[in-house]
Design a protein around this ligand. Structure first.
Ligand code: WQD
Length: 339
């Protein structure tokens, strides 16, 4: 079975390529290298012993996408990670986000719709829920008005897929709503490579731990949570990657009752910012330098997944604890600084 992984040299994409290869899938990667580097290919190959085919390609160029699908007419499915993902940047550059996250999705779905049968997995996000009324969050929680163009592209992306599946029975699709991915592969050969100042909590913590950042700013400790800091569902990136393989196997086997389904992918456990800091201090043996500052606009108070649907229907469950995920993130950070 031959699978295209778009954004396959990125953080979640590269870990998913490893798990696909481990399961015997043949993988082709498209990446525009805007938020990744080609030497991630070496890391993947070092782990699995199999070098995936890689094509540098900007998916916004429709003709190039059409040409790619013509040359790879034997593709069985696509896992679509390629997208811009910085919430703050999306507010400043909405059109870049709508073009890159949605235009490319349309081009890929147009090509898949021409095939006799195709499997498609979409990288969605718990962002679609906004601040959910009920916790843990189930898949039928209402999708709230997005707080950013980035979040909007995930909501609209899901609608585009749903509408397409309604009139394209040959297209079998699943959207995976990620909670907060973190960590790195246990071999320490691939991991997160944030460009510039990390927006996300965990890479900022590990960069502070190695001394690249002077201190972590904790965005508010006056929220209505146990310790006043925001709660999120931090999932090990390898567990997240494995959820993609289980979802793909479901589609390939034709086990899905409907040709479009949505699954939450998280641990089902909420952790506060302070608890994540404590996890870092436990696994690193270092004290983290941080200060409490004002809240960050757009942050939701608490978000963690009800994972029953993925557990029962996909037969998937996250395996790693917060400390195991944090340990992998810390080992990766330290290794990345020695190279
Ligand atoms: C987590 C918590 C911050 C940085 C976003 C996107 C989501 C997905 C993951 C792409 C929050 C706090 C953070 C810092 C802090 N992105 N924090 N100091 O915002 O939950 O989710 O990233 O797929 O779609 O919305 O993740 O890591 O930015 O923040 O206190 O320097 O850490 O306030 O409570 P978030 P995050």
């Amino acid at each position: 079975m031959k699978i295209l992984v778009t954004g396959g040299l990125g953080f979640i994409g590269s870990h998913t390529v490893v798990e696909l290869q481990n399961e015997g899938f043949e993988v082709v990667i498209i990446d525009d290298l805007s938020n990744s580097s080609e030497n991630v290919l070496d890391g993947i190959t070092a782990i699995t012993g199999k070098k995936p085919v890689f094509e540098k390609l900007d998916l916004r160029e429709k003709a190039k996408v059409q040409d790619f699908f013509k040359r790879h007419s034997d593709l069985d499915g696509v896992i679509h990670f390629a997208a811009s993902k910085a919430v703050g940047e999306s507010v400043e550059k909405p059109l870049l986000y709508y073009e890159n996250n949605l235009g490319t999705l349309v081009y890929i779905l147009q090509e898949l719709s021409k095939k006799e049968r195709a499997s498609f997995i979409f990288s969605s996000s718990c962002t679609v829920y906004g601040q959910a009324d009920k916790l843990p969050i189930t898949e039928d929680a209402p999708v709230k008005k997005a707080e950013s163009p980035y979040g909007n592209t995930k909501q609209i992306g899901e609608e585009i897929i749903s509408d397409t599946c309604k009139v394209t029975p040959s297209l079998q699709a699943i959207s995976l709503r990620y909670f907060n991915p973190m960590g790195a592969h246990p071999t320490v050969k691939i991991g997160e490579l944030p460009i510039g100042v990390p927006q996300n909590l965990v890479p900022f913590i590990t960069q502070t731990g190695v001394g690249i950042r002077e201190k972590l700013s904790v965005f508010g400790d006056d929220y209505p949570t146990d310790d006043g800091t925001c709660v999120r569902d931090y999932i090990h990136v390898v567990d997240l990657a494995k959820a993609h393989v289980e979802a793909l196997k479901r589609l390939m086997a034709g086990d899905n009752e409907k040709n479009y389904e949505v699954f939450n992918v998280g641990t089902g456990k909420g952790s506060s910012v302070l608890e994540v800091i404590e996890s870092f201090e436990r696994v690193s043996g270092k004290k983290l330098n941080y200060q409490i500052v004002d809240r960050r606009p757009g942050d939701v108070v608490s978000a963690y997944a009800d994972t029953a649907k993925a557990n029962t229907i996909l037969g998937w469950k996250s395996q790693s604890t917060l400390d195991e995920a944090m340990k992998s993130a810390w080992e990766w950070e330290q290794k990345s600084r020695t190279n």
